[in-house]
Design a protein around this ligand. Structure first.
Ligand code: VGL
Ligand code: ZN
Length: 205
């Protein structure tokens, strides 16, 4: 059994959003088309309290893009984004959320960030996604969404760590690219971890 994981396709990651990913809006059509090929579709949703520790606004004198220690791990600081209950945290307009069998929210603990749909960045807190997939008989996950160099990457790496076969639908991903090339480096890292990278959006088997 295979499942599609739609990672963080939310307003704040689209052009014009608080943490805009260049051409992030282009993944919506790819996600909708890919969903048609899957019996089981699961989404993740970045869902931060207003005082989340990953927000530069919580660190006087610090700016987005800088790194601090948070929850015992290095933390890139971000603009306030995906605050619970705000329009920025909602799924992108046009995304066919009717196909979502479940939504796994993450990043609720203000003291640690959670890029992965499986675990927080300290790898202590679990969303329950791995157990959910196993109970559904899923052995293989296909992943797309935002952003390639953060939440997509960490979700794919954790999928491998949890012994799922993992395939990246690259056409359905876009990177933050804090530094040019971050997206490409993330794809390489996923490849090295055993993630199969598929170029065509509908190249599912
Ligand atoms: C993400 C940075 C901060 C992502 C979420 O979805 O990739 N990136 N929060
Ligand atoms: Zn976030």
């Amino acid at each position: 059994m295979k499942a599609l994981l739609v990672v963080d396709v939310q307003n704040d990651f689209l052009p014009g959003g608080a943490l805009a990913v260049s051409r992030g809006d282009e993944v919506v059509a790819v996600a909708n088309a890919a969903m048609r090929e899957f019996e089981l579709v699961v989404a993740t949703q970045d869902w931060h309290p207003a005082d989340h520790g990953s927000f530069a606004s919580r660190h006087p004198g610090r700016a987005p893009g800088e790194t601090v220690r948070l929850g015992e791990v290095d933390q890139v600081l971000w603009p306030d984004h995906c605050v619970q209950g705000t329009p920025g945290a909602e799924f992108a307009p046009g995304l066919d959320t009717r196909r979502f069998a479940a939504v796994f929210r993450k990043g609720m603990d203000p003291s640690v960030d959670s890029y992965s749909g499986f675990f927080d960045n300290r790898r202590r807190g679990s969303t329950g996604l791995a157990g959910y997939l196993r109970e559904k008989g899923v052995g293989e996950v296909f992943i797309l969404g935002l952003a390639t160099d953060y939440c997509v990457k960490r979700t794919a790496l954790d999928a491998r760590a949890e012994k799922f076969a993992a395939r990246l639908l690259l056409e359905g991903c876009r990177g933050v690219e804090l530094r040019a090339g971050d997206g490409e480096r993330a794809v390489e890292e996923m490849r090295r971890a055993g993630v199969e990278v598929l170029l065509g959006a509908y190249a599912v088997h």
